[in-house]
Each structure stands twice: as structure tokens, then as C-alpha cells.
Design a protein around this ligand. Structure first.
Ligand code: NDP
Length: 445
């Protein structure tokens, strides 16, 4: 690591003890922006990197709520407003029992660079709670969301901070959150949240955007090498929002998804995953994945197998952070995988990324490959501001253009800085440069 950045990195570790995922995300960025720091000494003088590593604001609050039996629960809510140099803070809310401040800071930090890469006017932030919506009734989820928003509403707004969904926060949760915001503020402020339902201000293609966008990005990676998805076997981890629409787009582009997973196990379907059945199980009935194998005779379900052992030419980790470890990466490389594209945020451990690099596997990091979700959110904000709504086809075309531009910007930046084909360096340097330029222009604020 560059000497100046090494010192900054050490200070981040000292000032944020125990936040290991945040440390990992900062390390990955600082490790690759050295050439940009050398090229722009004026940024170092203005202490841009130190400022980028410190959130503008961190909010932690109590979320009390009552379950269907009348028992009272206390969860913790978070919103980390990381950087607003390019626009209002923008980033999702995650409801998952593993959520703590370090998780939200890692996600918010990633979001700053990701949002910058889209070329759209959005800053970076993230939020969430250690609440687990799995197994809760709709009424319990509603009561939790109402309590969460009763505190969050004072910190957000269409020109301030615009949350969206993430793990555990889908259309049901966003509907309850928006309803409570509207009730408390007495304002129909559509642009305060994105990922909304189509009937109350949502946008076409937002639901599909992260999965579609990741697939478009990886398609562009393949096309750059004169290849495509046609005839390729693909493995997609997870079976939530990102994974489902990744499967859909891979199939539309001629690939075949042969495995998906959830937190309880892995399904291997060598004939290609039946997407309609998968959606019915995960989106409608909210069931576990073993039900898939009960319905499809030739598919195998295993609770304790690694999805990365299943041979494929493209792997798209789309579940959660650090799910692809060094052993998984070694198996992918051994089985002839050509590209790993991150649909999830930071699903690949640093060791796994090294193994992929040594094995000649192209690696597309999440802050570039999964930026389609936030890009579609920015399009939703545009439509809300102009009280307009675009067709599915128009929205999808815009998303595809954004992902192609984003790919090409990462690719060109990597070449410009002497790291051809290194999408990690390309994404980090391009994202950093845009944020740094705006921060310099805005003065010491
Ligand atoms: P969902 O909650 O819709 O789905 C998450 C999926 O991952 C579920 O199938 C879940 O299984 C599975 N999962 C969770 N933990 C594990 C694990 N340890 N092993 C295997 N599977 C696991 O979330 P999203 O699809 O929205 O998000 C997935 C990832 O993509 C996250 O990293 C998120 O930050 C990122 N992302 C999401 C965006 C979006 O627009 N939604 C935008 C950009 C990034 P189970 O049902 O059993 O819990």
C-alpha cells in the first residue's frame, strides 16, 4: 500500500475498533488508489482520503415494537450518512440479525464509490437494523417498520437522504416505511424512498435492476473478450431480490443458471433453474429452498455443500458479504470459471480475490457490478421529481446504457493507470476521483 495511505489506514483501524467489515472495505479501496493519490497531490493536501473515510453523520436509535403475542422487543436502528459531495445521501436499509454499526459503515463506504461510478448526482449512505423479518407476520413487520420510521423520518428527505431496500427490506417493508413517513410528515414526498411499489410512485425495473445490471456488466466483460453468455453454465448464490433477477437476465441472454442457494442450503439443477418455481417459492410463499428439490425430481438439494464446487464458467455471488472464501475461489478456478461478478456487496474475501487473480479469473467487484440497483433508484428519483413514469422498455434501456458506460469507465481507468483488466483498481480509482473532485470544489465542509 502507498505510504501516505498506509498511515491513513492505520488511523481508521485505531479509530473504529472491532468494525472488521468496515476495515476490510477501507483496505480494499486504499490498496488500489495509490496511483490517483500520486497524480493529484492537491487532494492529499486537502486531506480528501481522511475525510472520505469518516462518515459525515452516524445515527443510532432504539426501535421498540410489539409482537402478535403482546411481547415487547427492542431492536437497534442505524443510518450512516457517509458522503454527500455528489448529491443527497443514497443507499439501502438492511434488516438482518447480523447488522451492527460496522456493517452499516462498510456498506455506506462502498456506496459512496458505487454511486460516484454511476455518473449520477447521488451521495452515499446506508442504514438498517438487527431486526429479523424472517418468520414474522405481516402485522409484526408493519409495526416494526412504523416504529423504525418514527425515528428515521427526521433525518431523511428527497434533498437530504434517500433510503431504499437491501437484504430483508423489499416491497412489503418499503410500503410500510413510506406509509408511516407520509403519516408523520403529512407530505406525499415520493422522492424520499426508492424501490417503492409501482402503484404509489415506484419505477419500472427498480426491482429487477441490481440483478439485470450485474448481468449486463458481466456480459460487457465477456463481450470485451469477444465472448458472451450463450451456452455458459452460471452459478448464482442467494435467491433473494438480486439473485432472482440475475437468473432471469442470464437466461434471457442465453446462459443457464445451474445452482442457487439460501442461508439454509444449495440447489443444483443441471438442466437449468426453473425461475417461475423459484420465484413462487421465494417471493410469494417465502419458503426454504429444499421445497424446490421436492418439486423438481432431477434437482439436488444439500444443506452443507459449497455452491462454488459446482462447475461453471461464470459465478455471480449475490447473497451476502464474505460468502466466497479462498477454498471456494480455488474450486472455481480449478473448474474453469472465467468471470466472477459480485451481485452482493463484498461477497468475496480478500484471500479469495487473490486466489481468483492468481488463477486468471476475471473479477468484477460489487461497487461496479451491482451498481444497477442504485442507478435505477436515481432514475426513480428523476421520475418522482418530474411526476413522470417511464415504460419498462425505456427504463431497461437506460439501465443497460448506464451499466455499459460504467463498465467502460472502469476498464479505461484501469488502463490509464497501468492496470489493464483490473476492474478493482479501475472502479476504485474512477469512483474516488469523482468524489474527490467534488469535495475539493465544495471546500472544507
Ligand atoms: P434479499 O434479502 O432479498 O436476499 C438475500 C438472499 O441471500 C436470501 O436468499 C438469503 O437467504 C441469502 N443469504 C443470506 N445469507 C446467506 C448465507 N450466509 N449463505 C447463503 N445465502 C445467504 O437481499 P438482496 O437480494 O436485496 O441483497 C443481496 C446482496 O446484494 C446484499 O449483499 C446486498 O447488500 C446486495 N445489494 C442489493 C441491492 C438491491 O437492490 N437489493 C443493491 C446492491 C447490492 P435466506 O432467505 O435464507 O435469508
Amino acid at each position: 500500500m502507498h505510504q501516505t495511505l498506509e498511515a491513513i489506514h492505520q488511523r481508521v483501524l485505531d479509530r473504529n475498533p472491532g468494525e472488521t467489515e468496515f476495515h476490510q472495505a477501507v483496505h480494499e479501496v486504499l490498496e488500489s488508489i495509490g496511483p490517483a493519490v500520486d497524480k493529484h497531490p492537491e487532494y492529499a493536501q486537502a486531506r480528501i482520503v481522511e475525510r472520505i473515510c469518516e462518515p459525515e453523520r452516524q445515527i443510532i436509535f432504539r426501535v421498540p415494537w410489539e409482537d402478535d403475542n403482546g411481547d415487547i422487543h427492542i431492536n437497534r436502528g442505524f443510518r450512516v450518512e457517509f458522503n454527500s459531495a455528489l448529491g443527497p445521501f443514497k443507499g439501502g436499509l438492511r434488516f438482518h440479525p447480523s447488522v451492527m454499526l460496522g456493517t452499516v459503515k462498510f456498506l455506506g463506504f462502498e456506496q459512496v464509490f458505487k454511486n460516484a461510478l454511476t455518473g449520477l448526482p447521488i451521495g452515499g449512505g446506508k442504514g438498517g437494523s438487527d431486526f429479523d423479518p424472517r418468520g414474522r407476520s405481516d402485522r409484526e413487520v408493519m409495526r416494526f417498520c412504523q416504529s423504525f420510521m418514527t425515528e428515521l423520518y427526521r433525518h431523511i428527505g428527497e434533498y437530504t437522504d434517500v433510503p431504499a431496500g437491501d437484504m430483508g427490506v423489499g416491497s412489503r417493508e418499503l410500503g410500510f416505511l413510506f406509509g408511516q413517513y407520509k403519516r408523520i410528515t403529512n407530505r406525499y414526498e415520493s422522492g424520499v424512498l426508492t424501490g417503492k411499489g409501482l402503484v404509489y410512485g415506484g419505477a419500472q425495473v427498480r426491482r429487477e435492476a441490481t440483478g439485470y445490471g450485474c448481468t449486463y456488466f458481466v456480459e460487457r466483460v465477456l463481450r470485451t473478450r469477444g465472448d458472451g453468455f450463450e451456452g455458459k453454465d452460471v452459478v448464482v448464490s442467494g435467491s433473494g431480490n438480486v439473485a432472482l433477477y440475475t437468473v432471469e437476465k442470464v437466461h434471457q441472454l442465453g446462459g443457464r443458471v445451474v445452482a442457487v442457494s439460501d442461508s439454509s442450503g444449495v440447489v443444483h439443477d443441471p438442466e437449468g433453474v426453473d425461475l417461475e418455481l423459484l420465484k413462487e417459492i421465494k417471493e410469494v410463499r417465502r419458503e426454504r429452498l429444499d421445497v424446490y428439490a421436492e418439486k423438481i425430481g432431477h434437482a439436488e438439494y444439500a444443506a452443507d455443500r459449497s455452491i462454488w464446487d459446482i462447475p461453471c464458467q461464470v459465478a455471480l455471488p449475490s447473497a451476502t458479504q464474505n460468502e466466497l472464501d479462498a477454498d471456494g475461489a480455488a474450486a472455481l478456478a480449478r473448474n474453469g470459471c472465467l468471470v466472477v461478478g459480485e451481485g452482493a456487496n463484498m461477497p468475496t474475501t480478500p484471500e479469495a480475490a487473490r486466489v481468483l487473480h492468481e488463477g486468471g479469473v476475471i473479477f468484477a467487484p460489487g461497487k461496479a457490478a451491482n451498481a444497477g440497483g442504485v442507478a435505477a433508484s436515481a432514475l426513480e428519483m428523476q421520475q418522482n421529481a418530474s411526476r413522470d413514469s417511464w415504460s419498462f422498455e425505456h427504463s431497461e434501456n437506460r439501465l443497460r446504457e448506464i451499466m455499459i458506460d460504467l463498465h467502460d469507465r472502469c476498464h479505461a481507468t484501469a488502463e490509464e493507470y497501468g492496470r489493464p483488466g483490473d476492474y478493482v483498481a479501475g472502479a476504485n480509482i474512477a469512483g474516488y476521483s469523482r468524489v474527490a473532485e467534488a469535495m475539493l470544489a465544495l471546500g472544507l465542509v
